[in-house]
Design a protein around this ligand. Structure first.
Ligand code: ZN
Length: 242
Protein backbone atom coordinates (compact mmCIF):
# COMPACT_ATOMS: atom_id res chain seq x y z
CA UNK A 1 0.00 0.00 0.00
CA UNK A 2 2.82 2.41 0.89
CA UNK A 3 4.78 1.45 -2.23
CA UNK A 4 1.73 2.22 -4.37
CA UNK A 5 1.45 5.63 -2.68
CA UNK A 6 5.13 6.56 -3.03
CA UNK A 7 5.29 5.32 -6.62
CA UNK A 8 2.07 7.16 -7.42
CA UNK A 9 3.35 10.61 -6.40
CA UNK A 10 2.71 10.82 -2.66
CA UNK A 11 5.95 12.24 -1.18
CA UNK A 12 5.11 12.32 2.51
CA UNK A 13 2.31 11.16 4.73
CA UNK A 14 1.12 11.45 8.30
CA UNK A 15 -0.09 8.41 10.20
CA UNK A 16 -2.84 9.31 12.64
CA UNK A 17 -2.39 7.46 15.90
CA UNK A 18 -5.64 8.31 17.64
CA UNK A 19 -8.97 6.56 17.28
CA UNK A 20 -7.85 3.01 18.03
CA UNK A 21 -7.59 3.34 21.79
CA UNK A 22 -4.97 5.59 23.35
CA UNK A 23 -2.34 2.81 23.25
CA UNK A 24 -2.77 2.65 19.44
CA UNK A 25 -0.85 5.93 19.11
CA UNK A 26 2.35 3.90 19.50
CA UNK A 27 1.63 2.16 16.17
CA UNK A 28 1.68 5.47 14.28
CA UNK A 29 5.06 6.31 15.80
CA UNK A 30 6.38 2.86 14.86
CA UNK A 31 5.27 3.49 11.26
CA UNK A 32 6.97 6.89 11.26
CA UNK A 33 10.18 5.35 12.57
CA UNK A 34 10.12 2.81 9.74
CA UNK A 35 10.33 5.32 6.87
CA UNK A 36 11.65 8.91 6.65
CA UNK A 37 8.65 9.88 4.48
CA UNK A 38 6.14 9.01 7.21
CA UNK A 39 5.32 11.26 10.17
CA UNK A 40 2.88 10.72 13.03
CA UNK A 41 0.16 12.58 14.88
CA UNK A 42 -0.65 11.60 18.45
CA UNK A 43 -3.68 12.45 20.54
CA UNK A 44 -6.83 11.34 22.32
CA UNK A 45 -9.78 11.01 19.96
CA UNK A 46 -13.17 12.17 21.29
CA UNK A 47 -14.39 8.57 20.90
CA UNK A 48 -11.84 7.45 23.49
CA UNK A 49 -11.89 10.53 25.75
CA UNK A 50 -13.09 8.37 28.66
CA UNK A 51 -9.76 6.50 28.55
CA UNK A 52 -7.67 9.47 29.62
CA UNK A 53 -6.11 8.96 33.05
CA UNK A 54 -2.79 9.93 34.63
CA UNK A 55 -0.89 7.08 33.02
CA UNK A 56 -2.16 7.80 29.47
CA UNK A 57 -1.58 11.50 30.10
CA UNK A 58 2.08 10.78 30.74
CA UNK A 59 2.34 8.56 27.67
CA UNK A 60 0.74 11.20 25.42
CA UNK A 61 3.12 13.85 26.66
CA UNK A 62 6.16 11.67 26.05
CA UNK A 63 4.95 10.59 22.57
CA UNK A 64 4.43 14.26 21.64
CA UNK A 65 8.11 14.84 22.34
CA UNK A 66 9.14 12.25 19.74
CA UNK A 67 10.91 13.90 16.80
CA UNK A 68 8.68 12.20 14.18
CA UNK A 69 5.46 13.45 15.77
CA UNK A 70 4.33 16.61 13.98
CA UNK A 71 0.87 17.25 15.43
CA UNK A 72 -1.41 16.71 18.36
CA UNK A 73 -4.50 14.94 17.09
CA UNK A 74 -6.99 13.93 16.17
CA UNK A 75 -8.73 15.52 19.11
CA UNK A 76 -12.02 17.35 19.25
CA UNK A 77 -15.71 16.75 19.83
CA UNK A 78 -17.98 14.06 18.35
CA UNK A 79 -21.60 14.47 19.40
CA UNK A 80 -22.78 12.25 16.56
CA UNK A 81 -21.50 8.94 17.92
CA UNK A 82 -21.20 10.19 21.53
CA UNK A 83 -18.86 7.31 22.44
CA UNK A 84 -17.66 9.31 25.44
CA UNK A 85 -19.93 11.59 27.51
CA UNK A 86 -20.13 15.17 26.31
CA UNK A 87 -18.59 16.70 29.43
CA UNK A 88 -15.69 14.24 29.26
CA UNK A 89 -15.12 15.07 25.61
CA UNK A 90 -15.09 18.78 26.39
CA UNK A 91 -12.67 18.42 29.29
CA UNK A 92 -10.28 16.13 27.42
CA UNK A 93 -10.32 18.38 24.36
CA UNK A 94 -9.67 21.48 26.48
CA UNK A 95 -6.78 19.76 28.20
CA UNK A 96 -5.19 18.81 24.89
CA UNK A 97 -5.52 22.33 23.49
CA UNK A 98 -3.79 23.66 26.59
CA UNK A 99 -1.07 21.04 26.08
CA UNK A 100 -0.65 21.98 22.40
CA UNK A 101 -0.17 25.58 23.46
CA UNK A 102 2.37 24.60 26.08
CA UNK A 103 4.30 22.46 23.59
CA UNK A 104 3.72 24.83 20.64
CA UNK A 105 2.33 22.10 18.38
CA UNK A 106 -0.19 22.27 15.54
CA UNK A 107 -3.47 20.44 16.14
CA UNK A 108 -5.59 18.14 13.98
CA UNK A 109 -9.26 18.54 14.83
CA UNK A 110 -12.09 16.04 14.55
CA UNK A 111 -15.54 17.60 14.88
CA UNK A 112 -18.82 15.92 14.20
CA UNK A 113 -22.34 16.44 15.44
CA UNK A 114 -25.09 18.97 14.99
CA UNK A 115 -23.93 22.33 13.88
CA UNK A 116 -24.01 24.68 15.76
CA UNK A 117 -23.58 22.66 18.99
CA UNK A 118 -20.39 20.62 18.55
CA UNK A 119 -18.88 23.22 16.24
CA UNK A 120 -19.56 26.27 18.40
CA UNK A 121 -18.39 24.52 21.55
CA UNK A 122 -15.24 23.41 19.76
CA UNK A 123 -14.36 26.92 18.64
CA UNK A 124 -15.10 28.32 22.08
CA UNK A 125 -12.70 25.85 23.76
CA UNK A 126 -10.10 26.44 21.02
CA UNK A 127 -10.14 30.19 21.74
CA UNK A 128 -10.30 29.87 25.55
CA UNK A 129 -7.48 27.33 25.85
CA UNK A 130 -5.43 28.23 22.78
CA UNK A 131 -5.59 31.96 23.47
CA UNK A 132 -5.18 32.64 19.77
CA UNK A 133 -1.64 31.30 19.80
CA UNK A 134 -2.31 28.01 17.98
CA UNK A 135 -2.75 26.73 14.46
CA UNK A 136 -4.61 23.65 13.36
CA UNK A 137 -6.60 21.87 10.71
CA UNK A 138 -10.26 20.90 10.63
CA UNK A 139 -9.74 17.37 9.33
CA UNK A 140 -12.28 15.68 7.03
CA UNK A 141 -14.37 18.83 6.97
CA UNK A 142 -18.13 18.44 6.45
CA UNK A 143 -19.46 21.63 8.08
CA UNK A 144 -20.76 24.86 6.59
CA UNK A 145 -18.83 27.59 4.80
CA UNK A 146 -19.93 30.04 7.48
CA UNK A 147 -18.28 27.99 10.24
CA UNK A 148 -15.18 27.36 8.13
CA UNK A 149 -14.73 31.12 7.75
CA UNK A 150 -15.04 31.68 11.50
CA UNK A 151 -12.53 28.89 12.08
CA UNK A 152 -10.09 30.26 9.48
CA UNK A 153 -10.19 33.56 11.37
CA UNK A 154 -9.00 31.59 14.41
CA UNK A 155 -6.00 29.98 12.73
CA UNK A 156 -7.49 26.94 11.03
CA UNK A 157 -6.74 25.23 7.76
CA UNK A 158 -9.57 23.20 6.20
CA UNK A 159 -8.95 19.67 4.95
CA UNK A 160 -11.22 17.60 2.72
CA UNK A 161 -11.40 13.82 2.37
CA UNK A 162 -13.06 11.44 -0.11
CA UNK A 163 -16.47 12.71 1.02
CA UNK A 164 -16.04 15.77 -1.22
CA UNK A 165 -15.82 13.43 -4.26
CA UNK A 166 -19.10 11.58 -3.55
CA UNK A 167 -21.88 12.20 -6.06
CA UNK A 168 -24.28 13.31 -3.32
CA UNK A 169 -21.87 15.84 -1.77
CA UNK A 170 -22.97 18.86 -3.80
CA UNK A 171 -23.27 21.17 -0.80
CA UNK A 172 -19.85 20.20 0.51
CA UNK A 173 -18.34 20.94 -2.92
CA UNK A 174 -19.85 24.43 -2.68
CA UNK A 175 -18.14 24.79 0.71
CA UNK A 176 -14.80 23.59 -0.71
CA UNK A 177 -15.08 26.09 -3.56
CA UNK A 178 -15.29 28.86 -0.95
CA UNK A 179 -12.08 27.91 0.90
CA UNK A 180 -9.10 29.95 -0.36
CA UNK A 181 -6.23 27.88 -1.80
CA UNK A 182 -3.83 29.00 0.92
CA UNK A 183 -6.10 27.41 3.57
CA UNK A 184 -6.87 24.18 1.76
CA UNK A 185 -5.53 20.71 2.54
CA UNK A 186 -6.27 17.18 1.32
CA UNK A 187 -6.33 13.82 3.10
CA UNK A 188 -7.60 10.31 2.70
CA UNK A 189 -8.79 9.61 6.27
CA UNK A 190 -7.80 6.04 5.33
CA UNK A 191 -8.89 3.34 5.88
CA UNK A 192 -12.28 5.09 5.72
CA UNK A 193 -14.03 7.12 3.05
CA UNK A 194 -12.53 5.76 -0.17
CA UNK A 195 -13.25 8.35 -2.89
CA UNK A 196 -15.64 8.10 -5.81
CA UNK A 197 -14.52 5.31 -8.13
CA UNK A 198 -13.17 3.27 -5.20
CA UNK A 199 -16.15 3.36 -2.84
CA UNK A 200 -16.74 0.35 -0.64
CA UNK A 201 -13.04 -0.55 -0.61
CA UNK A 202 -10.39 0.08 2.03
CA UNK A 203 -9.12 3.58 1.39
CA UNK A 204 -5.38 4.13 0.91
CA UNK A 205 -2.97 7.08 0.65
CA UNK A 206 -2.57 6.83 -3.14
CA UNK A 207 -6.19 7.90 -3.62
CA UNK A 208 -5.65 11.31 -2.03
CA UNK A 209 -5.08 12.33 -5.65
CA UNK A 210 -8.81 11.84 -6.37
CA UNK A 211 -9.63 14.36 -3.63
CA UNK A 212 -7.04 16.75 -5.06
CA UNK A 213 -8.42 16.42 -8.59
CA UNK A 214 -11.92 17.20 -7.36
CA UNK A 215 -10.71 20.30 -5.50
CA UNK A 216 -8.69 21.39 -8.54
CA UNK A 217 -11.85 21.29 -10.67
CA UNK A 218 -13.77 23.27 -8.06
CA UNK A 219 -11.02 25.90 -7.94
CA UNK A 220 -10.58 25.85 -11.69
CA UNK A 221 -6.83 25.22 -11.49
CA UNK A 222 -4.55 22.43 -12.76
CA UNK A 223 -4.30 19.36 -10.50
CA UNK A 224 -0.52 19.94 -10.20
CA UNK A 225 -1.10 23.44 -8.81
CA UNK A 226 -3.58 22.09 -6.29
CA UNK A 227 -1.14 19.33 -5.31
CA UNK A 228 1.77 21.72 -4.88
CA UNK A 229 -0.29 24.24 -2.93
CA UNK A 230 -1.88 21.75 -0.53
CA UNK A 231 1.50 20.05 0.01
CA UNK A 232 3.10 23.39 0.81
CA UNK A 233 0.22 24.23 3.18
CA UNK A 234 0.58 20.93 5.02
CA UNK A 235 4.37 21.24 5.31
CA UNK A 236 4.03 24.74 6.67
CA UNK A 237 1.36 23.82 9.23
CA UNK A 238 3.08 20.66 10.39
CA UNK A 239 6.61 22.11 10.02
CA UNK A 240 7.75 19.23 7.86
CA UNK A 241 10.81 19.46 5.61
CA UNK A 242 10.08 19.65 1.87
ZN1 ZN B 1 -11.72 12.14 12.42
Amino acid sequence: MLDRAFQGGVDQLIAIGSGYGVAGNADAIAMAESDARIYAAVGVHPHEASELDDLTRERIRSWLGHDRVVALGECGLDYHYMNSPRETQRAVFAEQIALARELDMPVSIHVRGDEPNAYDELLEIWIDEGQRGLEGVLHCYTGTLDFARRAMDEGFMVSFSGIVTFKASRELRDVARGIPLDRLMVETDAPFLAPQGHRGRRNEPLWVSVVGETLAELHDCPAETLAETTSRNARRLFRMPG
